[in-house]
Design a binder for this molecule. Structure first.
Ligand SMILES: [Zn+2]
Length: 228
């Protein structure tokens, strides 16, 4: 079992198998992911034990039903409930989840994009290369991205109030998602961790760039290459 397989199995919520445990005991990075994952679930459980406003549970159930709309591997219902709670609470910006305050909202939006909208962007197809080169030129030139990894997909997608150019980039160790946002200005660099995904957002001379991946080391190294 490798790190990616471990993380996918962890996120599927089936509980840790012997093979997973074997990997975690000799991999510091996956041990850390497991610890964060357990903390997040504990935070969510505590949050869900608070008295909630009338209608909140209905909203969660509707979110669960939306999640179930797409065919995917079966998840235990408790796990589905937690996943829906996490998405709904983040999207609604409720104050129940204290840990959310420690996390950068734009970096979280990038993680949410990968969880909810990446597959849709891939299905809609890529934009022409010449067009991509033109729209990215002032923020993160296409040639610079191509020096970091192999571009598998690039397409415009709505993100927050503006447009993000969604780039799926293969680097030697992993797959990362870039969200190039020419019209989104950031005051400072931000980071977030959620659902086993790591995100960082970087202010650029014009606009900003988000980097999302399953490994903090890979996300940091790609961010370093973007700023170089
Ligand atoms: Zn590992």
């Amino acid at each position: 079992m490798n790190c990616l397989e471990y993380r996918r199995a962890l996120l599927a919520g089936e509980g840790e198998t012997d093979a997973m445990r074997g990997h975690r005991l000799q991999c510091a990075s996956c041990a850390e992911t497991m610890r964060e994952h357990r903390e997040m679930e504990a935070d969510l459980r505590r949050a869900l034990e608070l008295p909630v406003p009338v209608g909140f549970e209905d909203q969660l159930l509707q979110a669960v039903q939306r999640l179930e709309g797409a065919p995917e591997p079966a998840m235990p219902s408790r796990r589905r409930f937690l996943a829906a709670a996490s998405i709904t609470a983040a999207a609604a910006g409720t104050g129940y989840l204290l840990w959310r305050d420690r996390e950068d909202p734009m970096a979280l939006a990038c993680i949410q994009f990968v969880m909810r909208d990446e597959a849709k962007s891939l299905m809609m197809g890529a934009m022409p290369r010449a067009e991509a080169a033109r729209v990215l030129a002032d923020t993160l030139p296409l040639e610079r991205i191509e020096r970091i990894g192999r571009i598998r997909h690039i397409a415009p997608c709505p993100l927050g109030e503006g447009t993000a150019y969604h780039v799926v980039l293969m680097v030697p160790q992993d797959k990362v998602t870039l969200l190039v946002m020419p019209d989104t200005t950031l005051p400072a660099r931000g980071r977030a961790i959620r659902e086993g995904l790591y995100a960082t957002v970087l202010p650029m001379r014009r606009g900003s760039v988000g980097v999302v991946g399953t490994s903090s080391a890979v996300v940091e190294s790609v961010a370093g290459a973007i700023r170089a």
